[in-house]
Write a protein that binds this ligand. Sequence first.
Ligand code: PLP
Length: 397
Amino acid sequence: MAGRNFVFVPGPTNVPDRVLRSMMVPMEDHRSPKFPQLLKEIMPGLKKLYRTEHGTPFIFPSSGTGCWEAAITNTLSPGDKVLASTFGQFSYLWIDMCQRFGLNVQAVDVEWGTGVPVEQYAEILRKDTGHEIKAVLVCQNETATGVASDVAAVRKALDDAKHPALLFVDCVSSLGSLDFRFDDWKVDMAVSGSQKGLMLPPGLGLLCASPKALAMQSSAKLPRCYFDLKDMLATNPSGYFPYTPAIPLMYGAIEALKLIEEEGLDNIIARHHYLAEGVRAAVHQGWELKLCAKEPKWYSDTVSAVLVPEGFNGAEVIAQAYKRYNLSLGAGLSKVAGKLFRIGHLGDMNELHLMAAINGAEMAMLDCGIKVKPGSGAAAASEYWRKNTPPSGLLIR
Ligand SMILES: *Cc1c(COP(=O)(O)O)cnc(C)c1O
């Protein structure tokens, strides 16, 4: 098939050519005296990405889900109470994992299209004077619905209630693209993965642990083996791993972190906002459709979930986009299956790249009988991008 497949699922995202090339390496001995150089090169960039000085990052040869497991099993014991909320497939799955591990989850169910109910969290924490809640879970960016939540506000709720619970954040689809502050927000476990904002292939699970979280290892009784931080802590400081690490991905991580350093994290965050605003202009002003995210305060700058009009099937739009235009859009998951399609706009991305998704989604919608005005998505997005100052990452230097 001529031309390339345009990938706009919110992960895996596009891998920049420089990163692709950096991973074409011959295999090497991961016990060699030279090997520790790799971790030495990755760690400072990773700490900057998490905006942490006192946190300890870990790299697992796993996907993000593995680090959900690492976060809970290294800190908690069976029956421990955790506070969480469901508003999409990913926030739900972390809760499901907690339950499978025998944790006592107080799950606040909120409407899909909204995010972490901070007021409710605050009230629950205030009332928990016996400090039964051991951890509070936050999915910073619900990739299934395109909803971003306010992690800083959850921190404040914990502080206001003088509650000692650990703060766990899923930042799989936000680290390196939305603002994330491990130290400022006093996050205890931050879970991420390689295939979203980090612009790498899938295969690395990232975790950042606070000293407070690490101190829980001695009392945490949940079973753990592969994800036991003890084994990582015994080997990582000298640059080694308890088992075979994903060597090419680590070379890729060095290059990806270099790209991030060159553009600057704040510039990257600004670029994601600018690009997302263009997509939202296409959805609202162009197509006159709605996002799954209910209000601007929930809008995610990394993924937009576009609701198809009543009577139409989002899955058909996605199938048509793929079959006819070689465009991969994100599907509606679980409760929102068929109701929407998602455009991922995170990682290595610029305006014209994103135009492919906007035009392709529009053509697929028209093919499926959805009466959007032809050309209206591109018109609205380009209007926004032309009239607003682009962040530095989009300018040729
Ligand atoms: C992608 C994603 C995950 C799962 O990550 P895997 O790498 O697929 O295991 C978890 N949470 C969020 C918010 C995600 O976007």
